[in-house]
Design a protein around this ligand. Structure first.
Ligand SMILES: [Zn+2]
Length: 156
């Protein structure tokens, strides 16, 4: 249940509900508001990274393979034209390789363990980069809204 559009919609609605109940406690500066909103949206679609036709899977694949190729162009100790040639190989291998990792749909990425791992990572990153745990909490809320819409409630 739930395609990309429904998951994003449900994520925003979950955020509306939670911020209504916490309205007396929540005071967000504009940066926190923006990063947390992005975290809600990313969290609400992230679990479907295990599905190769999902937007988030294809987007992650594009970022991952292009990112690796560009790292190669920037850091390999080779003449520039060789780096570009090597980068084409890196891109192709990682692009094809990404989708060949067979993950069971609605497996690990649709579990509370995944929710906790990803959200704690974002909490740490948020606290470290601008002293706010809110993006991580928003990420948890986004993933929770995804699991709720999919009706998946398992630990691993
Ligand atoms: Zn899903």
């Amino acid at each position: 249940m739930g395609d990309f559009r429904e998951h994003v919609l449900f994520g925003f609605l979950a955020a509306a509900l939670v911020s209504y109940f916490l309205k007396d406690m929540l005071v967000l500066n504009p940066i926190e508001t923006m990063v947390s909103s992005i975290a809600i949206v990313v969290g609400s679609v992230l679990p479907d990274i295990d599905h190769k036709n999902a937007y988030v899977h294809r987007a992650a694949k594009a970022f991952f393979s292009i990112g690796l190729a560009i790292l190669g162009i920037v850091f390999l100790p080779l003449p520039l034209h060789v780096r570009f040639a090597v980068a084409s190989g890196i891109f192709l291998l990682s692009y094809v390789g990404f989708s060949s990792i067979r993950m069971k749909h609605r497996g690990f990425t649709h579990s509370f363990t995944f929710l906790l791992l990803v959200s704690s990572g974002v909490v740490v990153g948020g606290v470290y980069s601008f002293a706010s745990p809110l993006p991580g909490i928003a990420m948890a809320l986004g993933i929770l809204s995804h699991l709720t819409l999919d009706q998946e409630f398992k630990m691993t």
